[in-house]
Design a protein around this ligand. Sequence first.
Ligand code: BG6
Length: 481
Amino acid sequence: MYKIIPVPPFDIILFGATGDLARREILPALFRGFSVRQVPEDFRLAGVARAEMSDDEFRALCRDSIRSAQEPQAGEQEVLEKFLRKLSYFPLDATGGAGWDRLAAWPRPDKILTFYLSVGPSVFEQIIDNLKHNNMVRPDCRIVVEKPFGQDLPSSQALNGILAGSFNESQIFRIDHYLGKETVQNLMALRFANVLFEPLWNWQHVEHVQITVSESIGVKGRQGYYDAAGGMRDMVQNHLMQLLCLVAMEPPARFEADAVRDEKLKVIKALRDMSSRDIVRGQYGAAAGMASYLEDSETTYSETESFIALKCRIGNMRWGQTPFYLRTGKRLKARMSEVAVVFKRLPHSIFGLRDQRRNNILAVRLQPDEGITLQVTIKEPGPGGMRLIEVPLDMSFAESLGPEIGTMTNAYERLIMDVIRGNQTLFMRNDEIEAAWRWTDQVIACWSEEGSRPEIYAAGSEGPSAAAALMDYGRQWRVIE
Ligand code: BG6
């Protein structure tokens, strides 16, 4: 059983409380925390949204959302009802100046106060202004913001400016939910808590690194947002960038927020400028009974990429000669995310003329079935000479640590608890996010200047054929399965 350390009592004001993210992730995460007593009895939540609703109607909405996210287990019904009694609702147009009095009087002065903006960035400024005018911003409060954090460098700088106008950087929590995933944090444990890997973790031993975040879902339902963003802004600028940083960064002196974020920032700053020959973009076409991107987006023309693959280089002493391949897409063959570190081959094989040298591959699977696999070469069992085969040393977390591992905590639960504790290690700092946008803007400029269109790939496939060509020198993408 894992150890639960309760967080201190807190008040949280959730803007966008009836929205999709609040219902799908935030409220169920708070309930899970409450049911394992990590969230203390003395917590309260104020839901804010435009719709007119009573406290009881809001609680009924939350009950449904929590039940559909995770069926309460035996005996949890009572806990759920207790949790719901901690929730209140404030119908309010948070972008307007009227009607704030009741909300402004709600927070308890002696409890931790968190504002959670589960709303689009276009309304950040008005909400923050209103918080300020109603004297709700305190030196000890925290503010949580969701992605998309801007659309490019200037808009992210503007958002950072708005936040900095009312909050210190130590009060601002920019969420990238990938950093809350168990295996993503395990990348750091693997690298920095074992003697085995760090000596090999550099250009001399690593042939290349592949990071894949493959999704089987399409864009239907979010087409408005997605068509303006595309895979580069939606996934690479944030989630894949964070994975890249955790693989490539130098060991921080301590596992502390600024020490970790300083090292991540150095990686982003060391990313070389890209050219269009190192970028492949794709868009899914109808196949196997699945609609095309254009159909899902209810449009007849779009240049937005639903798939992107990049060959990146990090210009520093550790990685100078090791390419990092990133790939992400929608409507691919399967949902599969992994980081694969492909080691160089031995310089010589003692086992015969035929080239029996193979690459060791360390694959860290994020989802589904979290775990770590190390591909090693061994002797094929049985008599009749020395033949070599590759086998995986497979460590599925579920097998090693128990099946409940996957349900222990989810990314949002962990991240919200970190907000209450005031621990920013797993959140992005202003300079980090701006550096990531600076690089992203340069990548996007490569194709927007050329006006190139994404290659169509079949829905349910492994992406456009050009992605394979990006893998030069005999390298191959890991199979999506
Ligand atoms: C979100 C993106 O940030 O991450 C979505 O906006 C994507 O497009 C999602 O589907 C993927 O998250 P996960 O946790 O399902 O891998």
